[in-house]
Design a protein around this ligand. Structure first.
Ligand code: 5GP
Length: 113
């Protein structure tokens, strides 16, 4: 299967604004922000297409993604944020390599990414 956009970003084959990286995840700024702060936390493994697969396959990695979301929110939005995992094309998922959206910074009431 072809590499996802996120695998290409992780491999530095396409550029992005990388905010954080460790051996398990990378955090980047979304190219098309839906909020004043819109970050993505992406596991480096491409083994999981969505959060349900990740929860079943590696709950510890999912917990790490959530912990990184909090850390980024502390650094970029004062600690309050919305955490979204689009799951399935009908729900708006476009990249089938699991990733968390971290949205923050003066969100309008009622908006969903
Ligand atoms: P999804 O719709 O799959 O939940 O989210 C994919 C997200 O990836 C979208 O918010 C989209 O703007 C973002 N995105 C797509 N291509 C790129 C890219 O090349 N660089 C970055 N930084 N974000 C991207």
């Amino acid at each position: 299967m072809a590499d996802s956009i996120f695998t290409k970003i992780i491999n530095r084959e396409i550029p992005s604004e990388i905010l954080f990286e460790d051996d398990r995840v990378i955090a980047i700024r979304d190219i098309n922000p839906q909020a004043p702060v819109h970050l993505l936390v992406v596991p480096k493994t491409a083994a999981y297409a969505n959060v349900s697969e990740l929860a079943q396959g590696d709950a510890e990695l999912l917990a790490h993604v959530v912990a990184m979301a909090q850390q980024l929110a502390n650094e970029h939005t004062g600690g309050q944020y919305r955490l979204i995992f689009n799951t399935g094309a009908e729900a708006g998922q476009t990249i089938f390599h699991v990733h968390a959206h971290v949205l923050g910074g003066d969100l309008e009431e009622g908006t969903l990414a």
